[in-house]
Design a protein around this ligand. Sequence first.
Ligand SMILES: CC(C)(COP(=O)(O)OP(=O)(O)OC[C@H]1O[C@@H](n2cnc3c(N)ncnc32)[C@H](O)[C@@H]1OP(=O)(O)O)[C@@H](O)C(=O)NCCC(=O)NCCS
Length: 226
Amino acid sequence: MPEFLPAPGHVTVIVIDPALIPEESTTACLSAAEQDQAARFHFEKDARHWRACRTALRRILGAALELDPAYLSFHLGTHGKPLLPPPRHGLHFNLSHCRDLALVALCQTGPVGIDLEPADRAPTLIGCESAFCHPDEIARFPTSSEERAARLLDLWTSKESLLKALGTGLSLSPESVSLATGNASDHPLLRDFTIHRLDHPLLRDHIAHLAAPQEILRIGIFEFPG
Ligand SMILES: CC(C)(COP(=O)(O)OP(=O)(O)OC[C@H]1O[C@@H](n2cnc3c(N)ncnc32)[C@H](O)[C@@H]1OP(=O)(O)O)[C@@H](O)C(=O)NCCC(=O)NCCS
């Protein structure tokens, strides 16, 4: 079985430390369009971070498909979700990155979405409830501000993972989706997905959620570079 390729019914999640991706390797791996995209960042540190994450994504997909990472091409879905074009479209993937870590999810069973945030972002979400929470969720919030902040970050990353699995991202209003009773099983577009909270020592100080097809039986979490 090629490295990182999940068996049917499984999801592989790869944890990436972008600081460990050598800058030289990004030049050999990325397309001219990707180099141009990186050059549009205002700060060089952001460009370097983006190049590192995209290089890791290419190397992971290349390993799973047993292809040279530089030869991979991507299509964009209607709302900008990167996808593999035919004949490799059966390998679904999604990427999330924050300041010091990135995650890639791979699945052969169906679309996946992943979202990652630093845990210390939680208090900054207090006061933003109505921007992304459904009234049913707000009605059930804990009263202690610490628990409320933790619940808000859980909801934010859960919903982003779901909307990224669907491919709409935030063009589908997150406040229109209720996770008050667990999964969004009552939403017609989202009932095929289950949300999983990712717990692993590599994810310390972060909150991460994965939305994956309901029939997924196992999630394996690995480190890159291993
Ligand atoms: C996808 C989206 C939720 C990203 O959220 P984020 O927390 O800033 O970023 P994350 O690190 O979690 O994810 C970014 C990655 O998701 C992937 N992605 C981009 N658009 C996506 C989409 N519509 N669905 C799923 N994944 C998407 C890309 O791989 C992207 O990586 P890149 O920046 O290196 O290209 C957000 O950009 C979005 O909603 N985009 C689509 C709709 C849109 O453009 N709306 C305008 C703003 S309301």
